[in-house]
Design a protein around this ligand. Structure first.
Ligand code: C2O
Ligand code: CU
Length: 417
């Protein structure tokens, strides 16, 4: 479960990756053996103030190498947590000191970045909340981690991680899904901030949140300039959505399935808060670079996979026929260049494409600028243009966050010099 927030200005927080038993199943049902941080999965919620330095002493005790990636943070490259690209592997029994500034307020998360299709599926992740200097007033700030799990008949985490079938299809989809809300109850009339985080390794969730009236204020950590009414929510792996809303009755988080709605989680109501809250306004604008006229175009054809995904790559998936990390970066980009990235999905599967170290703007079909994100869902048959100002020097991964796809080819890297 999610523990009390760990405040972390200055004094390092210890994050110890280790085997855990977790109440993944509803209370009363058996615990499941997983991996976690500090004895739990999801790992503890880390909270830090915008502009401050987060200090984490990572201790790897899982029996194999690992590293921690701070998903969505526009981070110092050396702290990005990608073994062999930005740091050495943290061996079992070894430690690594992560120290980095958090430039943007918002909802982020951290997760293992070695054999992540397995380590993340086993539970090595947790929320990372960067608080605004002047946070909007709410009665409860509630991270909600949404994940699915593949369980075997005995109710344990199923094995066969990294099998070719999962890799070549939609990835390791679970047969049990759950939303872990960091609050058990709220009052009717409370104003809440829900921070939904999809930590699943493969599944996009169609979500319905009921029991609240309010707006979406941020996507992937980045404030929307104009909050939007909460419609149906589609959350690809690694994506986040922040909602600020007033409670009208018990809050339910449901996912759509072919057999109807399935309840992922609930926050019960207890009592009434008669306070008047006033309108919900936009979060303070992020200080992110605004893309200019693109200096160049990077076209990436998403290729491979089962059911006819022929391509030139030497693994199951590729970007334009190149599987996995080439020795030299896919592109060397001058610091500050705006790049138009065109993602063309030629496969029979959806892909959630993530850029490390940078947020980008999704270009809408009409050519207008959409939201700032760090992960974009490109569905079967879709083409998506992104505008990204590469202003953060270093070696950055760009990969599918369906982690099985990344494991079997759908990843590359760029270098910002
Ligand atoms: Cu959250 Cu390289 O990923
Ligand atoms: Cu993919």
């Amino acid at each position: 479960m999610i523990a009390a927030p760990a405040r972390s200005a200055g004094t390092p927080v210890v994050l110890r990756a280790e085997p855990v038993t977790a109440q993944v199943l509803p209370k009363g049902e058996p615990l499941i053996r997983m991996l976690g941080f500090n004895g739990m999965t999801p790992g503890p919620t880390l909270r830090v103030q915008q502009g401050e330095t987060l200090s984490v002493d990572f201790q790897n005790r899982i029996g194999e190498g690992s590293a921690v990636h701070w998903h969505g943070i526009r981070i110092d490259n050396a702290m990005d947590g990608v073994p062999y690209l930005t740091q050495d592997m943290v061996a079992d029994g070894a430690d690594f000191a992560y120290r980095f500034k958090v430039p943007d307020a918002g909802t982020y998360w951290y997760h293992a970045h070695n054999r992540s299709w397995e380590q993340v599926a086993k539970g090595l992740y947790g929320p990372l909340i960067v608080e605004e200097t002047l946070p909007p007033r709410v009665d409860h700030d509630i991270p909600v981690v949404i994940d699915d799990f593949r369980l075997d008949d005995a109710g344990a985490l199923a094995g066969r991680f990294g099998n070719r079938h999962d890799f070549a299809h939609a990835g390791r989809l679970g047969n049990f899904a759950r939303a872990f809300a960091a609050a058990e109850h709220v009052r009717i009339g409370d104003r809440v901030r829900l921070r939904l985080i999809n930590t699943a390794t493969a599944r996009s969730f169609f979500l319905y949140v009921t029991g609240i009236e309010g707006v979406v204020v941020a996507l992937d950590g980045m404030p929307l300039s104009r909050p939007e009414v909460i419609g149906d929510i589609l959350l690809a792996p690694a994506q986040r959505i922040d909602i600020i809303a007033d409670v009208t009755r018990s809050i339910a988080i449901d996912m759509w399935t072919q057999n109807g709605n399935h309840r992922l989680g609930e926050i019960a109501v207890q009592g009434v808060n008669p306070a008047e809250h006033g309108p919900i306004t936009a979060l303070p604008k992020a200080k992110v670079p605004v893309p200019g006229r693109p200096d160049r175009m990077l076209e990436l054809r998403l290729q491979g996979g089962a059911m006819g995904g022929a391509h030139q790559g030497n693994d199951l998936w590729s970007f334009s026929g190149i599987s996995n990390l080439p020795d030299t970066p896919l592109a060397r980009i001058e610091r500050g260049e705006t790049v138009r990235i065109r993602l063309i999905n030629e496969t029979r599967f959806d892909h959630g494409i993530h850029t490390h170290g940078h947020h980008f703007i999704e270009v809408r079909p009409d050519g207008g600028h959409g939201a700032y994100r760090d992960t974009t869902l490109v569905k079967v048959g879709e083409t998506r243009d992104l505008l990204c100002v590469f202003d953060n020097p270093g070696k950055w991964l760009l990969h599918c966050h369906m982690l099985d796809h990344a494991a079997s080819g759908m990843k590359t890297w760029v270098e910002v010099v």
